[in-house]
Write a protein that binds this ligand. Structure first.
Ligand code: SAH
Length: 237
C-alpha cells in the first residue's frame, strides 16, 4: 500500500503505552502548546509513523477521552504532521448478539456512526448519525484474520435504550467514544481513515461496563498493540 506518513490518533495513555513500546516510538512532548496532546514519532521500514494521544485534563487529572478531544487532536495532528493515512487504535465495547468476545480486535468497515446525536429534524437526523465511510479495510482484515464491522461513537461509557436502538438500526457492532469524530475531521481533509478496536467489555451482557473495562483494559491494550503492529507491517509491504 502506498502510504508515507501514518498518524495514529489515540485517547488513553494506558491504551497507547504498549503501542509506543511495540513500534519503538520516541516521545517528543506536546504536539502544539498549549494544547494537551502528546506527540510520539518513529519509523517502520519506509513509513513515517506518528502517534498523538489527547493528553491529560489538568483540572480532573484523567485522560482526555471522548469525541471533543478527539476532534481537537485530529485537527491539530493533520495541520502539524500532514499524514496521508489516519488510524485510530483504541479499546471498545462489543456485542454478544453480534458474536463479539473480549479480546477480539475489529477493523472499522464500512463506516463509523454516532449513536447519541439525536436530532429529529429533516436532514439533521442523518447528519447527527454521521455515517462516515472508512478506508476499505477488507484486504487487511482478511489477510490478518481480523473482524470487521460498523463502529459506533458516543460521549458516554454507559448507554441509554435510545443509544442501543440507534446502534441496532445501522448494525453497529463496536461501541466507543472517538472514531466518528476522528473520521469526520479526516473526511473534511479527504485523508483516508480507519479504526482498530480491541474489545474490553460486552455491552449486552449482565456485568457493568466499567467493571469489565477496568478488568480487561491491560490485556485488551496488549492485544491491540500486537494487531496494530501487524496492520502497520502489512501496510509497509
Ligand atoms: N474509567 C476509565 C475511563 C475509560 S472510558 C479510565 O480508566 O480512565 C472508555 C474509553 O475506552 C474511551 O476512550 C472509549 O473509546 C473506550 N471504550 C471502551 N469500552 C467502551 C464502551 N463500552 N463504551 C464506550 N466507550 C468504550
Amino acid at each position: 500500500m502506498k502510504f508515507n506518513r501514518i498518524v495514529l490518533i489515540m485517547a488513553m495513555e494506558d491504551e497507547a503505552r504498549p503501542i509506543i513500546k511495540e513500534l519503538n516510538l520516541t516521545p517528543r512532548g506536546k504536539l502544539l502548546s498549549p494544547l494537551p496532546m502528546e506527540f510520539y514519532e518513529g519509523k517502520y521500514k519506509s513509513l513515517n509513523l506518528d502517534l498523538v494521544t489527547s493528553g491529560k485534563c489538568d483540572k480532573h487529572n484523567v485522560d482526555h477521552i471522548g469525541p471533543q478531544a478527539a476532534i481537537l487532536n485530529t485537527a491539530s495532528a493533520i495541520s502539524q504532521l500532514q499524514p496521508d493515512l489516519i488510524i485510530n487504535p483504541g479499546t471498545a465495547g462489543g456485542f454478544v448478539s453480534a458474536g463479539g468476545n473480549i479480546g477480539d480486535v475489529y477493523l472499522s468497515y464500512p463506516m463509523v456512526c454516532y449513536h447519541d446525536r439525536r436530532i429529529p429534524l429533516p436532514g439533521f437526523d442523518a447528519y447527527g448519525i454521521g455515517s462516515y465511510y472508512c478506508f476499505d479495510t477488507r484486504e487487511i482484515a482478511n489477510s490478518l484474520g481480523l473482524k470487521m464491522g460498523i463502529v459506533s461513537t458516543g460521549s458516554s461509557l454507559d448507554y441509554t435504550p435510545k443509544d442501543l436502538d440507534l446502534i441496532k438500526s445501522y448494525g453497529g457492532v463496536v461501541k466507543e467514544m472517538e472514531a466518528a469524530s476522528i473520521a469526520w475531521v479526516a473526511d473534511l481533509y479527504k485523508i483516508p481513515f480507519f479504526a482498530i478496536k480491541s474489545i474490553t467489555d460486552l455491552v449486552d451482557n449482565s456485568t457493568p461496563t466499567e467493571e469489565e473495562f477496568l478488568k480487561n483494559l491491560e490485556s485488551a491494550s496488549i492485544a491491540l498493540s500486537r494487531e496494530v503492529f501487524r496492520v502497520i507491517d502489512f501496510i509497509a509491504k
